[in-house]
Design a protein around this ligand. Sequence first.
Ligand code: SF4
Ligand code: SF4
Length: 124
Amino acid sequence: MSFDSSNPCFECGQCCQKLRVSFYHGEIASDSSDLAGTPSTGIVPPELTVKLTPHLACMRGTEAGKDGCVALSHDEKDGYRCTIYEQRPSPCRAFNIFEEDGSLNPLCDKLRKAAGLKSVLAQG
Ligand code: SF4
Ligand code: SF4
């Protein structure tokens, strides 16, 4: 493994490939304002999103929850990386290896095992 192995996500990237990443459309960057004239606070690049319903969007590529997000990159040197890390939507910010109480995120663990990767607790 040639990339930084201190972060298990760099060898994994499964949550960006096997889940539908959907969120409120207001998270998408826009030049528009709401009816009260409040400017949009969205930050997610619109060209990387797909509209699902009038109020719901998802990251392009994750519509069916079985293909990779278009913002995910992978190479031998760096492993898996989010190319819009600072502009990623809320579900990406909320999904972590560990829960807020410090316990292992069971879905993360399940995704890793399905991909043939060790549990992060088994890594030394
Ligand atoms: S499934 Fe878990 S280990 Fe893999 S990239 Fe997502 S958060 Fe990281
Ligand atoms: S926006 Fe980034 S963190 Fe979120 S699914 Fe896509 S690649 Fe993963």
